[in-house]
Write a protein that binds this ligand. Structure first.
Ligand SMILES: Nc1ncnc2c1ncn2[C@@H]1O[C@H](COP(=O)(O)OP(=O)(O)OP(=O)(O)O)[C@@H](O)[C@H]1O
Length: 309
C-alpha cells in the first residue's frame, strides 16, 4: 500500500497542457483516498527540488511521482543521481510535448488512471539504463540521448521560435524539428575524435554525433531504432552529409525506410563507454535541452536509474 505520493509537476510542460494531467492525477488520488503533496518545478528546473525531497529521505512506501516532459524527467533523474540516495526510484507520468522516454517504455500520455492504478495496487521497481556524461568539471545524466551538432542546433533554433507553441497546439511537435532541420544543416560542420575500447577514430566534416539510450528524438522520430533502455549499453551514431541531397536521403530513410544506419555516411556503434573529443566548439543537447557546457572532452558511460511502474 502506498502511504504517500510526492508529486513534482512542471506546469509549463507541453505549453501548459501538463496542468490537465495534474488535474486528472489529483482527481484519481482523491477518489482512491491516497495521500499526496504537490511541488511545482521552479523556473531554474527540478534538479535541486528533487534532490531535497530524496534527501529527506523517502520511506519505502512513499512514491516520488514526476509529471512533465523529457526535460523535467531529465532534471529529476539528475536530482536523484546526485542525491545521497541515488537508488531512489521515480514514478513518471508523461505530460510533455515529445514524451520520447515514455514512448520507448510504453507509458502512454493521457492514460493516468491506468498508470496510477498500477502504482497504487501493484507497484514494481524496474532498473533502467541511462547515460552518464563526465567532464573534468561536471557530471550529467541522460535518459534519452546526448547530441552534438545538428540535433542541438535544431533545439537551439526552435527554442525561441513562435512555431513551437503553434505546432504544440496542433499536436505536431515532430514538425517543429523538421521545419528547422534545413536551417540547422547550414551550421558549420565539425570534427570529433572518439575512443571506444582503446581504439581511436577520427571523424571529420560531420554534422551530427549522437549517443542514444532509446530510439526516439523530437517527439517520436525513430533516429536510432536499435537503441534499447533495457540493455546496459548506449548507441553511438556519427553522420556526415556534404550536400543537401545527402541530408534529404538520410531524412527520407529515417522516416520511410528506417535503414539510415546502413547508409555509408553513418557510422554506428553499440558502446558501454566512449571518450569524445569535440575538436570545434558545438551546441550540445541532453534529453532535448541545451547543455550549458564549454567542455570539449567527455567520457560517456552507462549508469542505472530505478523506476516505479
Ligand atoms: N517554473 C517554470 N517556469 C518556466 N519554465 C520551467 C519551469 N519549470 C520547468 N520549466 C522548463 O520547462 C521546460 C520544458 O519542460 P519539459 O521538457 O518537461 O516539457 P516539454 O518540452 O513540453 O516536453 P518534451 O521534452 O517531452 O518535448 C524545461 O526546459 C524546464 O526547465
Amino acid at each position: 500500500m502506498v502511504a504517500k505520493f510526492f508529486i513534482v509537476v512542471n506546469l509549463h510542460a507541453a505549453s501548459g497542457h501538463a496542468k490537465n494531467c495534474l488535474q486528472r492525477t489529483t482527481k484519481y488520488l482523491k477518489q482512491h483516498q491516497q495521500s499526496f503533496e504537490i511541488f511545482s518545478t521552479p523556473d531554474q528546473g527540478a534538479k535541486n527540488l528533487i534532490k531535497n525531497i530524496v534527501n529527506r529521505p523517502l520511506k519505502e512506501n512513499q512514491i516520488l511521482l514526476i509529471i512533465g516532459g523529457d526535460g523535467t524527467l531529465n532534471q529529476a533523474v539528475n536530482g536523484v543521481q546526485t542525491s545521497n540516495y541515488p537508488t531512489t526510484p521515480l514514478a513518471y507520468l508523461p505530460a510533455g510535448s515529445g514524451n520520447d522516454f515514455a514512448r520507448a517504455i510504453n507509458l502512454r500520455a493521457h492514460h493516468e488512471n491506468q498508470i496510477l492504478n498500477h502504482l497504487c495496487h501493484h507497484p514494481t521497481i524496474r532498473t533502467i539504463n541511462i547515460g552518464q556524461i563526465n567532464t573534468p568539471t561536471q557530471t550529467n545524466y541522460f535518459v534519452n540521448n546526448f547530441g552534438i551538432g545538428f540535433d542541438a542546433n535544431i533545439i537551439q533554433l526552435t527554442l525561441n521560435s513562435s512555431w513551437k507553441k503553434r505546432f504544440n497546439k496542433l499536436h505536431l511537435s515532430k514538425l517543429i524539428y523538421v521545419s528547422q532541420a534545413f536551417k540547422a544543416f547550414t551550421q558549420p560542420k565539425f570534427s570529433v575524435q572518439i575512443t571506444i575500447n582503446d581504439k581511436t577514430f577520427d571523424f571529420n566534416n560531420i554534422f551530427l554525433c549522437v549517443l542514444a539510450n532509446q530510439p526516439y528524438f523530437g517527439g517520436g522520430v525513430p533516429l536510432i531504432p536499435p537503441a534499447n533502455l533495457a540493455q546496459n549499453s548506449l548507441d553511438l551514431a556519427v553522420a556526415k552529409a556534404d550536400h543537401w541531397k545527402d541530408l534529404w536521403k538520410l531524412i527520407a530513410q529515417v522516416f520511410i525506410t528506417k535503414n539510415h544506419l546502413q547508409n555509408p555516411a553513418v557510422h554506428y556503434y553499440s558502446v558501454q563507454k566512449a571518450q569524445i573529443k569535440i575538436l570545434n566548439s558545438q551546441f550540445t543537447q541532453i534529453d532535448g535541452e541545451l547543455l550549458n557546457s564549454e567542455q570539449l572532452s567527455l567520457t560517456i558511460t552507462c549508469a542505472t536509474q530505478q523506476f516505479w511502474f
